[in-house]
Design a binder for this molecule. Structure first.
Ligand code: ATP
Length: 457
């Protein structure tokens, strides 16, 4: 996840400096992760370290602030291999305006590179919103060119159309590594066509698109109004179709709603199966977040995922972005995950949510503060530290939630009189024991989402 923080920081930085500066200074920097709330960056030599401190510290802090860091911290480390006497960053800046050489058409072995490795069937959470599209994609993957051709998937932005298309590509390449899979956005198809016409390379263009086993075309609605591209795509389509090659198209709307699409193309798009993806339901959103967290090895409590899933309802890309924001916020401010922290991290982007504190929240926060597992606190251990943590948890639950004494007792597997005793014990110790008082105060602020700067008490 720290890699995601770093790429967001780089994105911010890049918008605020020149390309030459960026390539000179930022491209060689190594992200060393977030430690105790501080973003640690590896630089090549002490000169670079000084230069960063003098010239870019502010910018980096602003970048972290934009990700939710309240008190952004950046530190630099000179990377061991570079502790030579170099006084200047060793990568010369690239000439600013030399156009990149045009990539040659992908070869068989390059097939997989154009597919996003994350977009597989295994990583696709199936819910009522997408099960038909998923089943159709799977059927096509199993019998390409036979089940449904073309497969036309439509739905709003960020709902998984591209993911499903790539999943078919991965599936096919896994089973038949020699097959040719081509994934292209309608925009790139159009640009390729324009370049081919300009460079007099129509034969190569046609060979490239007409010799594939699986053609995936994203955002086909952009064919609207482009007559020459429609004409060329029509012939590509026919060539593939006649040879029983599979075609999958995605769009933000069904073929009948794509304006100025030639009738002969529209009818071809309707030959196979048209299926849609809707916005995911709450349970599917939670499952997607859970899978994402697991993939990134982030241990984040279920109730925090639930809060994020309630907040972002319609677009999965935004849902993933929200998770990332919460993770960045908590690591950059060095505070453990909680619903209050998540609500705060998201409050700049989404309408603020009233967060009702729940028993589990309190237990987890107390566990983090006292450095012991939640189950130990709820267990039957009689060690002094454990008993104290248990009493603090019961005290704070009583204060911060509407639960009754018997309910709290039940949560801890005890009766209400034990909870009463715990509450009076903590009240009595507060004021006498300054360490305990500070811990309870900090926990209380954290749970109410008021814990900003003072997080290391
Ligand atoms: N069912 C799902 N399970 C897991 N992740 C999903 C699911 N659906 C979408 N995603 C994730 O959501 C993000 C957006 O998905 P994708 O790019 O496929 O959307 P799209 O519908 O093609 O959007 P656009 O119209 O903007 O191209 C991706 O990171 C994708 O992995």
């Amino acid at each position: 996840m720290s890699q995601e923080i770093w790429s967001d920081v780089l994105g911010y930085v890049r918008k605020n400096i020149t390309e030459v500066e960026y390539h000179t200074w930022f491209a060689p920097v190594k992200n060393l992760g977030v430690q105790d709330g501080s973003l640690v960056l590896g630089v090549r030599n002490s000169f670079a370290q000084e230069w960063f401190r003098k010239n870019y510290l502010r910018l980096l802090e602003d970048a972290l602030r934009s990700l939710g860091a309240q008190d952004p911290q950046v530190s630099f480390q000179v990377l061991p291999a570079a502790q030579d006497a170099l006084l200047l960053p060793s990568d010369p800046p690239p000439p600013p305006s030399v156009p990149a050489p045009r990539a040659p058409a992908p070869t068989f072995t390059e097939n997989r590179k154009v597919l996003n490795p994350k977009y597989t069937f295994e990583n696709f959470v199936v819910g009522p919103n997408n099960n038909l599209a998923h089943a159709a994609a799977l059927a096509v993957a199993e019998s390409p060119g036979k089940a449904y051709n073309p497969l036309f998937i439509y739905g709003d932005v960020g709902l998984g159309k591209t993911h499903l298309m790539h999943a078919v590509g991965h599936y096919m390449l896994e089973r038949f590594p020699g097959k040719r899979v081509e994934y292209v956005s309608t925009e790139s198809f159009t640009n390729d066509l324009i370049n081919a016409i300009r460079d007099d390379k129509m034969t190569q263009f046609r060979n490239r698109y007409r010799s594939v086993d699986l053609l995936l075309v994203d955002d086909i609605q952009f064919l609207a109004g482009k007559e020459r591209t429609q004409e060329e795509f029509f012939h590509t389509f026919n060539a593939l179709y006649e040879n029983h090659k599979q075609i999958i198209l995605s769009s933000d709307r069904p073929p009948k709603d794509i304006q100025t699409l030639e009738g002969r193309l529209r009818s071809r798009f309707e030959w196979g199966l048209i299926t849609d993806i809707q916005s995911p339901e709450y349970e599917t959103r939670v499952a997607i977040l859970k899978m994402n967290a697991e993939h990134n090895r982030i241990d984040i409590p279920q109730e925090v995922l639930e809060l994020i899933a309630r907040q972002v309802t319609s677009n999965i890309r935004e849902l993933e972005g929200a998770l990332m924001r919460v993770v960045a916020f908590s690591s950059l401010n060095n505070v453990p995950f909680s619903r209050a922290v998540a609500a705060k991290a998201l409050s700049n982007v989404f309408a603020p949510q009233e967060v009702k504190v729940e028993m589990m929240d309190v237990l987890r926060q107390v566990a983090a503060q006292f450095n012991m597992p939640p189950d130990v606190i709820r267990g039957s251990g009689r060690v002094r530290e454990v008993v104290q943590a248990r009493q603090v948890a019961q005290y704070l639950i009583r204060e911060l939630t509407d639960h009754s004494l018997p309910e709290i007792g039940q949560f801890f597997g005890r009766d209400h009189s034990t909870v009463m005793h715990a509450i009076s014990k903590v009240s009595e110790q507060m004021g006498k024991d300054s360490e305990l008082t500070a811990a309870v105060d900090l926990l209380r602020r954290r749970m109410k989402g008021q814990d900003d700067e003072d997080s290391d008490a």
